[in-house]
Design a protein around this ligand. Structure first.
Ligand code: NAD
Length: 255
C-alpha cells in the first residue's frame, strides 16, 4: 500500500522531532480488544456505568466490577500489535515525543514506549484506587474479597469506595495527565490521531488544540470522524496497515 497519502504521511513523520501519537480503542483492535462503538464492541453489549451511578449504589458497583473482570480477561490475553510496536520504534528514532492514549490496556508500555513518554488520559486498568484517600489496591485483592464477601471491599486505609484506576464517564479527569497532554500537544510539530472516533471529550480536545496551534493534524481511522475538517490529512484505513506502509516508505527513502 504505497500511495500519495502514505508518502505524504511518511514525509511528515520523517521530518517530525516532537510528534504526538494520540490513540483510541482502534489502536488495539488488531490485538483482539474490541473498540467501543463498532458492532460487537463493549458498548453494544454493556451500557456504560457513569461515575455518579458507581458511587450512588453498591448494587451498581458489584455490576461494574463484574464487567471490569470480563474486560480484564480480554486485556490480559492481549499482546502489543503493529501500531504499538511501530510507535515504540518511532519514539526510539526520535520522531515521536509522546503517546497520549485514551486506552487503559497498557500496550504502549509493553511495546517498549518509555513510561515517561506515555500519557494515560483515561487511567489504567491494571490496579484499583480508593476514591477518598487515593490508596492503591491490587485488582487480585479486590477479586478475592468480592468472591469471599459477595460485595466490593472498602479501602483498608480509610473505608472509602474502591474503584479500578480507570476514568468513567462523569468522573473528573486526572489533573497531571491532562497537564502533561496539554504540554505535549503545545510542543508537538505533528499530531497523529489514530484509531479514535474522536467523540469523547475532553480527550478529543487535544487534536482540536493541535489544529488551532497550526500543528499539522493527521487522522488515521477506519471511518470518518467529526474532526476530519480540521485535519491536513485524513486516511480512512486500518491503522496497522497504514503504519506498516509508512515504515516501508521510510526504509525505502533511507536506501
Ligand atoms: P471508539 O470505539 O469510540 O473509536 C474507535 C475508532 O477506531 C472507531 O471509529 C473505529 O472505526 C476505529 N477503528 C477500529 N479498529 C481500527 C483499526 N484497526 N484501524 C483504524 N481504525 C480502527 O474509541 P475511542 O475513540 O478510544 O473512545 C472511547 C473510549 O473507549 C475511550 O475512552 C477509551 O478509554 C475506551 N476504550 C479503551 C479500550 C482499550 O483500552 N483498548 C478499548 C475500548 C474502549
Amino acid at each position: 500500500m504505497v500511495d500519495q497519502d502514505i508518502e505524504e504521511l511518511a514525509g511528515l513523520v520523517q521530518r517530525a522531532r516532537r510528534a504526538v501519537v494520540f490513540t483510541g480503542a482502534g489502536f488495539s483492535t488488531e490485538c483482539g480488544i474490541p473498540d467501543f462503538r463498532s458492532p460487537g464492541g463493549f458498548w453494544t453489549r454493556f451500557k456504560p456505568i457513569s461515575f455518579q451511578e458507581f458511587t450512588a449504589s453498591e448494587e451498581t458497583r458489584i455490576e461494574a466490577w463484574r464487567r471490569f473482570f470480563v474486560i480484564r480477561e480480554t486485556l490480559a490475553g492481549a499482546a502489543p500489535g503493529r501500531p504499538h510496536l511501530i510507535t515504540a520504534e518511532l519514539v526510539g528514532r526520535g520522531h515521536v515525543a509522546h503517546v497520549i492514549t485514551q486506552n487503559i490496556d497498557g500496550l504502549d508500555a509493553r511495546a517498549g514506549v518509555p513510561s515517561g513518554r506515555i500519557v494515560e488520559l483515561h487511567g489504567n486498568g491494571t490496579y484499583a484506587k480508593c476514591l477518598e484517600c487515593g490508596e492503591r489496591h491490587e485488582i487480585d485483592w479486590v477479586k478475592a474479597e468480592l468472591d469471599r464477601a459477595g460485595r466490593p471491599p472498602p479501602c483498608v486505609a480509610c473505608g472509602g469506595i474502591v474503584k479500578s484506576a480507570t476514568i468513567s464517564f462523569g468522573q473528573a479527569m486526572p489533573e497531571q495527565a491532562m497537564a502533561d497532554a496539554r504540554a505535549a500537544t503545545f510542543k508537538a510539530d505533528l499530531f497523529l490521531a489514530m484509531g479514535s472516533s474522536l467523540q469523547v471529550f475532553p480527550a478529543a480536545g487535544f487534536p482540536v488544540s493541535a489544529a488551532q496551534n497550526r500543528t499539522p493534524l493527521v487522522i488515521v481511522n477506519r471511518e470518518p470522524t467529526g474532526l476530519d475538517g480540521l485535519a491536513s490529512l485524513v486516511i480512512n484505513r486500518d491503522v496497522g496497515d497504514v503504519l506498516e506502509s509508512v515504515m516501508a516508505c521510510l526504509a525505502e527513502a533511507n536506501h
